[in-house]
Design a protein around this ligand. Structure first.
Ligand code: ARG
Ligand code: ZN
Length: 871
């Protein structure tokens, strides 16, 4: 069933309060709900629908009277009540079976504890309720369970009482004073350890902070705790937002569909984003933990205090909160590196989504299954949209907008439009046209034409906006409001004044389909740096030669655009080689390229982290998006060719940078050390491509002597991917050492899943038989099947279609266990239309095979049906 945004109706009844009681037992859990309802005068309808899925109804009472079966209708979606009074109490008792719940939505089991995941629509698997984000209520929760088996009993808000009962049972009672929608409900019951710290807010409230995990992991939580404290501090300083409860609890689980969840006062996290020690986590893992802890913490204001009116507004909280977590990381780590990495991800993954059958606007107009819309578009493009307000209004103006947003909407459920209006009104600007960023799907294109008139000493740029090829709106596409941050340089690299005020940098606002910017008083042909810092999520079409690129790499004061010039030059070379391979022609790596690459590699004027980014070649995915009807194996070969050229021609330089950055001081996750390791390891990965024994030896030494997991894992992964003599033994020893640590073993699975060799699929199938792998565990599925199909280009796209067949088989099997994860895997077919006809044909066969399978979940059906619809 398709749900449309335009069909929104206010709820018939509002909820005044909810009182829940859980009796948790190993086999089943009994849930008693007492809910106070009051009619919504704006609707004035005396009937009510309560969502409820997979619930065994034990009893139902209305105002303390048992409700006769003719007073309600029960079906597999829920409960309908009619002829209701204007105010009443409903009491239901239902039985649920958490240990049989493999979808990991609602109440389920992980190891020896129980926990919940309610967003988006999981609460309806716990009790009958108006399970929609615009119904806010105060929750009181009592949990009863065996004290020995389930010593820890947690829910939202503050703990108000606890004690022992007879039969060895105990209880805890929690009160959350802040009205919230049901998707923010959480409960945890089981045998967990915790670490504790505290934070004193700027209004002098002492908040107790705890992180709970299974006891074997309790020594890996300290970094996460420090990240939480950093997040609380940062949100006070930068956004003036203060925490609002007396406790903050985080629980880590190995079984989780997503990254983490911002339940009020009780965040639940995938253990991947909590647990880290230098021996078991990479630098990137540490940085991700800090970012995700931040993200969930920041939701307390942007998501929980102000929430979404309906699920079409998801980006209201997610786009904004991603923007906030990106700024958090930028302020604490390296701002330039963070921006580069975020844009790299957006351009390869979100641009791909936006060009695919799943393309949708930041605020979608319809869906079948909302879980399919927790997408890169809603999150990452949504964050870019928020960033554009910041670019247009500046930090001060943006913060004014935030303040007005909270002043108007604290405690309520609102829409993306409400956010836009707060930004506009607080700054007295008109942001009407900006709404198109929420309503139009696809990546907008901007074409430019530059013109220098030596006689008039005038330089001008014509900007032309164009619709994305796959725009799907009902009305004609309209030009967007696009901020273009720019600067102009003379041929020595000095910035030129752009206007009478003498500004050297400008945010020029495009609003028309075509528009011309003219700068006067320009003595010679200048060079422009456009869309600095990636000031808008658009595809720029600009003819630019290698001389101009080399100039920008050297002189642009914007570090993002300096990096972008390196990527553009690398893309041009790889694409040149690719065309030559297609045409059976020769293609030699131009001298200027190697020279400029050497220059960057050895430039001690730039920060090592930026060098590491600059020498990382564009992904095959992002290159694919610049082309059409791609022969993906040839494109892969073209990129491999360039890697090898660099490795051979710059061997000496790579080795020397490797050695210079070898750091044997005590491991720290600080930007200096992280930068050195990432530069060193990128050099090593080039060196190994030359297939020389001495470099394999270097990697083996690094594997053996590494004092940290980043270096160890990189070396193992490089040795494995090159299938260097003895790699199987290294893998074997690693397994023996770490088989009890799922996070470490998942990396071991991924390394093997991405070996570019023809027997890898057989290996993957063998690994699936090991006890460390389970289809029921999302992290394991992502690490093995997801890595093979999403990151092993040569084997997933093998010419015998074995990769496609394998993926289809796994989707069909997994759909019966966990539809959300199956649907994520199904998304891996979505880029089929980027490839040549022969590849498309073979991928489509498998897509159609899934489509004709009986009993698909709505999750997989929606993804595959969209794919089939555009074949
Ligand atoms: N709100 C969570 C976050 O972004 C993600 C929850 C996603 N859940 C889901 N079932 N799709 O932090
Ligand atoms: Zn979020």
């Amino acid at each position: 069933e398709v749900i449309y945004r335009k069909d929104y109706q206010e709820p018939n009844y509002v909820v005044k309060s909810v009182d829940l009681a859980f009796v948790v037992e190993a086999e089943s859990t009994l849930v008693t709900a007492r809910i106070q309802f009051e009619v919504n005068p704006k609707q004035d309808k005396n009937e009510l629908f309560l969502n409820g899925v997979d619930l065994e109804l034990v009893s139902i009472e209305l105002n303390q009277q048992q409700l006769n079966a003719n007073k309600y209708d029960l079906n597999e979606r829920g409960l309908s009540l009619h002829d209701l009074p204007d105010a009443f109490e409903l009491k239901t008792v239902v039985k649920i079976y958490p240990s049989q719940n493999t979808a990991l939505e609602g109440l389920y089991q992980s190891g020896n504890f129980f926990l919940t995941q309610c967003e988006a629509e999981g609460f309806r698997k716990i009790t009958f309720y108006p399970d929609r984000p615009d119904v806010l209520a105060k929750f009181t929760v009592t949990i009863v369970a065996d004290k020995e088996k389930y010593p820890v009993l947690l829910s939202n808000g503050n703990k108000i009482s606890s004690g022992d009962l007879n039969d060895g049972r105990h209880y805890c009672k929690w009160l959350d004073p802040h009205p919230k929608p049901s998707y923010l409900f959480a409960l945890v019951a089981g045998d967990l350890d915790y670490i504790e710290d505290h934070f004193i807010t700027k209004n002098n409230n002492k908040v107790q902070l705890r992180i709970y995990t299974e006891s074997k992991n309790i020594d890996a939580c300290d970094f996460a705790m420090q990240s939480l404290i950093n997040s609380m501090q940062w949100d006070e300083e930068r956004f003036n937002l203060v925490y609002d409860l007396d406790e903050y609890n985080i629980v880590a689980t190995d079984d989780f569909n997503m990254g983490a969840m911002e339940n009020k006062g009780l965040n639940i996290f995938n253990s991947k984003y909590v647990l880290a020690k230098p021996e078991t986590a990479t630098d990137q893992d540490f940085i991700n933990i800090e970012a995700v802890i931040g993200h969930e913490y920041f939701h307390n204001w942007t998501g929980n205090r102000v929430t979404c009116k309906d699920w079409f507004q998801l980006s209201l909280k997610e786009g904004l909160t991603v923007f906030r977590d990106q700024e958090f990381t930028a302020d604490l780590q390296s701002r330039s590196v963070k921006r580069i990495e975020d844009v790299r991800y957006l351009r390869s993954a979100q641009f791909a989504e936006d060009a695919s059958p799943m393309s949708h606007s930041v605020r979608p107009d319809s869906f079948i299954e909302i879980n399919n819309f927790y997408t890169l578009t809603v999150y990452e493009k949504g964050s870019e949209v928020v960033r554009m307000y910041h670019t247009l209004l500046g930090e001060e103006g943006f913060q004014k907008g935030m303040q007005l947003y909270f002043k108007r909407h604290d405690g309520s459920a609102v829409s993306c439009n409400d956010f836009r209006l707060a930004m506009a009104d607080a700054n007295s600007v008109d942001l009407t046209q900006f709404e198109l960023w929420y309503s139009q799907n696809g990546t907008p294109q901007v074409y430019i034409r530059e013109n220098y008139d030596a006689g008039k000493k005038a330089y001008s740029i014509d900007f032309m906006q164009a619709a994305p090829d796959n725009y799907k709106g009902d009305v004609a596409w309209q030009p967007m409001h696009v901020p273009v941050k720019l600067a102009l340089y003379d041929n020595e690299g000095n910035p030129l004044p752009l206007n009478d005020a003498g500004d050297l940098q400008l945010t020029y606002e495009l609003k028309e389909i075509s528009q011309t910017l003219t700068v006067n008083g320009v003595e010679h042909q200048p060079i422009a740096s456009l869309f600095q810092g990636f000031s808008a999520p658009i595809k720029l079409h600009r003819q630019i030669g290698h001389k101009e690129l080399a100039f920008l790499m050297k002189h642009d004061t914007d570090s993002f655009n300096r990096w972008d010039a390196t990527q553009e030059m690398q893309s041009q070379i790889i694409i040149g080689k690719y065309q030559a391979l297609l045409d059976n022609k020769n293609y030699n790596c131009p001298k200027y390229f190697i020279e400029s690459f050497r220059h960057i590699l050895l430039d001690d004027g730039i920060d090592s982290a930026l060098i590491a980014e600059a020498i990382t070649l564009p992904s095959v995915k992002s290159l694919t998006l610049k082309l059409a009807k791609v022969d993906v194996l040839k494109l892969f070969d073209a990129k491999e060719w360039l890697i090898k050229e660099i490795a051979y021609q710059l061997e000496v330089e790579l080795l020397s940078v490797y050695n210079q950055n070898y750091d044997s001081s005590d491991y720290r996750v600080n930007s200096e050390q992280v930068a050195k390791r990432s530069l060193k390891n990128r050099c090593l990965s080039f060196l190994l491509q030359s297939n020389k024994k001495e470099f394999a030896g270097l990697a083996k030494d690094q594997f053996i002597h590494a004092g940290n997991y980043t270096d160890k894992m990189t070396a193992l992964s490089l040795l494995t991917h090159q299938q260097v003599d003895g790699f199987e033994d290294l893998l074997g020893a690693y397994f023996t050492e770490w088989q009890d640590n799922p996070l470490v073993i998942n990396k071991w699975l991924s390394i093997q899943a991405t070996i570019p060799a023809s027997d890898t699929l057989i290996r993957v199938k063998q690994l699936m038989e090991l006890p460390v792998f389970s289809m029921k565990n999302p992290n394991a599925v992502r690490s093995l099947i997801g890595a093979f199909c999403g990151a092993n280009i040569t084997q997933f796209h093998a010419e015998d279609s074995s990769g496609y067949q394998f993926l289809a088989d796994q989707i069909i099997e997994l759909d019966r266990i966990n539809p959300q994860i199956a649907a994520r895997l199904a998304g891996l077919f979505n880029d089929y239309h980027q490839y040549n006809d022969e590849i498309q044909h073979r991928m489509n066969e498998q897509i159609k095979r899934i489509h004709t399978t009986d009993g698909l979940s709505p999750n997989v059906f929606e993804i595959i049906d969209r794919a089939v619809g555009s074949i």
